[in-house]
Design a protein around this ligand. Structure first.
Ligand code: ISE
Length: 338
């Protein structure tokens, strides 16, 4: 049984805690740390034997803890990863790997120096059945070479703290990792375009929506619309244009309603619920891999986290310059192949 310590039990961390406690085979949570002690204690209260740690480093170092789940604020991910790597403990790290590409590189270098792949990144869409189906079709070559993709990532609304930086490092990063995984290529150029902003943006430092334009090393172009105050629902779209046809991400199955001369299908505003199956599958895969003392090849690695961070750094530069910025990435090192 894998004994897990979780750092961060906000909305997503709490769901990860409950998932590991109730749904995932071969894993259980034995320790939790959070800056909000009252909240953490409330989350663990119904479960016997889960200890609270005020100090996340004490949790990482605790001999009872085999593996760490990092769901704390973005700026802390790098330091906790480095500490867990030092102790050779398995890590599930929510995105981003680090707040900067430079920081992400330090984590990758530490993992390579330790000689063992320990990090699984929480890019959950790699475990979403709809995305899996789309990828399978695109890479099968049945539709020819992919040329262009159009993606949309829409959240219903966000509180005022949400700004242009988070739009890239918290939201666009999903499209960046997903599309690079889907077409098996990395990005070489990035540009962010600001259309007219919605009146629903609550922060003067948030342009909403924004369009992230990415070019892969083979010349494919991916447009990602990031719109975090769209009001109507949580909505994720992706269409890939290939030489001999197009492939579109299926929408989640919902009841189809006819009433009062109207025909509609319901939607949700809950992003965590929308991808619940993907979260379940990624955690089961992580637990299975840790228990087998290996890494999950289907999941995003620290290298993928690094690639995403390099790409988001270029997007942040472009938000300021308005220009097409280079994405300084190289081929995947052997350590991260397979
Ligand atoms: C958030 O951090 C997520 O991970 C969600 O999946 C995404 O929809 C949201 O925009 C992000 O802020």
């Amino acid at each position: 049984m894998l004994k897990v310590g979780i750092i961060g039990v906000g909305a997503m961390g709490t769901q990860h805690f409950l998932r590991l406690m109730n749904k995932i085979n071969g894993a259980t949570v034995v320790a939790v740390s959070d800056i909000n002690e009252a909240r953490a204690k409330e989350v663990i209260a119904p479960y016997e034997g889960v200890r609270y740690f005020a100090d996340p480093y004490a949790l990482i170092n605790d001999p009872e803890v085999d593996a760490i789940v990092i769901v704390s604020i973005d700026s802390t991910h790098e330091e906790y990863c480095l500490e867990a790597i030092r102790l050779k403990k398995y890590i599930f790290c929510e995105k981003p790997l680090s707040a900067s590409a430079e920081g992400a590189k330090k984590v990758v270098d530490a993992e390579i120096a330790g000689g063992k792949r320990l990090i699984q990144m929480g890019f959950n869409r790699r475990f979403d059945p709809a995305y899996e189906e789309l990828k399978e079709l695109v890479v099968s070559g049945k539709l020819g070479e992919p040329l262009v993709a159009h993606c949309a990532h829409r959240n219903a609304n966000y509180p005022p703290q949400y700004d242009d930086v988070i739009a890239v490092t918290g939201t666009a990063i999903h499209e960046i990792d997903t599309m690079s995984w889907l077409v098996g290529d990395y990005f070489t150029k990035a540009q962010v375009i600001f259309p007219k902003t919605t009146r629903h943006s609550k922060n003067k430092n948030l342009h909403d929506p924004q369009i992230v334009m990415l070019t892969t090393s083979s010349g494919m172009v991916v447009s990602c619309e990031i719109w975090v105050n769209c009001q109507y629902a949580y909505d994720i779209r992706c269409e890939v244009l290939c030489e001999d046809g197009t492939a579109t991400l299926p929408r989640p199955k919902r009841v189809d309603v006819c009433t009062a001369q109207t025909h509609y299908t319901g939607m949700t505003t809950d992003g965590l619920g929308y991808f619940a199956e993907a979260y379940d599958r990624e955690f089961q895969a992580w637990a299975d891999a840790c228990n087998a003392d290996t890494y999950c090849a289907a999941a995003a690695s620290a290298w993928d986290g690094y690639c995403a961070a390099v790409t988001t750094d270029s997007c942040l530069k472009s938000q300021k310059s308005g220009a097409i910025e280079p994405v300084p990435l190289t081929d995947r090192p052997d350590f991260y192949k397979g």
